[in-house]
Design a protein around this ligand. Sequence first.
Ligand code: 4AD
Ligand code: MG
Length: 465
Amino acid sequence: MIEKNGYIRDLFRQPLGAPVAALGWVKTRRDSKGVHFIQLNDGSCFQDLQVVVEAGAIPEATLLHATTGACLRVSGELIASPGAGQAVELKAREIHVYGPADPATYPLQKKGHSMEFLREIAHLRTRSNTFGAVFRVRNALSFAIHKFFQERGFIWVHAPIISGSDAEGAGRMFQVTTLDLMNVPRQGGQIDYTQDFFGKSTNLTVSGQLEAEIFALAFSNVYTFGPTFRAENSNTPRHLAEFWMIEPEMAFCDLDGNRKLAEAFLKDIIAHVLDHCRPDLEFFNKRIDPTVLETLEHVAASSFEHVTYTEAVRLLEKARDQGRAWEFPVFWGADLQSEHERYLTEEVFRKPVVVTDYPKEIKAFYMRLNEDERTVRAMDVLAPRIGEIIGGSQREERHDVLLSKIRAQGLREQDYWWYLELRKYGTAPHAGFGLGLERMMMYLTGMKNIRDVIPFPRTPGSAEF
Ligand code: 4AD
Ligand code: MG
């Protein structure tokens, strides 16, 4: 059995003089006048354990391999540290090298790697300060999300990954097929999907919402939390082809209730991460974005702004009339672009803004039509730096209105037969939203590229690891 004292995180709380063993990977090593200082980290916390090797304490042959990147077990005694930066350190009596890392070729050296380079070594970037912090925060965030919903009686629904319908009606799906691409069966000029694995054409899901609606109309309050896929060819710092989404869906809820839940939700998960990931957030604040902590604390304590789409357009037109140059033209009916979203959140309101009641033409088929018959009960939550972080709506619960919208958007009615039946049997007003986990991660950490807040990013032209 491998003898160990638990995580490095817990060693810091052991009494001085305690004999301990620490296991981890060498982050850096410094040699000075016969004494060696090894920073050891096992991912359990931001702080490295400083291992001190006094002259002659460990055989040279062993020390030769205890270099940056090596995996070690160090046993010894906890002592008060005379140096700055840590209260205790581990005085080494014995070192076992599980796996050396040749300093001549180990790619993760102490300084100066770009995020782009680190992405190319995603199998090793996990051992860096930045990515250690990113993935601990991602873990705490995921836990906080479950906690928020579980404490409110929401049922977690596992929506399918393989789907037969386009939940957003936007046609940006990855196809799933076992057909022989060199010899695709055809019938009357069309691909014959009856010969495909499922006997029909299928794709990776873009959203679990439609399935969540089924569950909401039986369990009242539910949420999904899983991967979703979009084949949009947008090579931006905010888009992934595979990302994680959290989609609560509530029966007996309207747009106001939806908006209030979204606000309470975001504040609650921010507060949880502030409480549980301080050292990691302090690192982001120091090294990635000096406004992160202040912003999060401010947001957790203040209320979100709410404007309708029509009011938002008025603000943007006013800015234009005062000389602001928009790359994308602003007029009632145009979709809000990133520059517009950032203007509203960063310059006008300086906090998250919920925009509601968009024109029906620019939103998905399932959103409830307003009495004006021009707008739908949509809501986007926009955050400074990020833009859209949540998209949601009250759903169209009236069968005939929904059917005419499916037809008007040119969707295949037969793909949505069960979705329509939910409106025939025991329909109820209901609403929900989707939070992009990685967009939330960007907000929490200040990381500038969405590829750096997910373990293995999938983007156009890139699916390594
Ligand atoms: O606004 P979206 O497309 O809404 C839906 O999918 C609804 N079905 C949600 C619902 O009402 N249940 O996506 C929701 C969120 C966005 O606000 C954004 O945060 C994130 O998902 N998102 C992406 N994140 C990363 N990469 C992409 N390509 C994303 N597309 C959407
Ligand atoms: Mg959206």
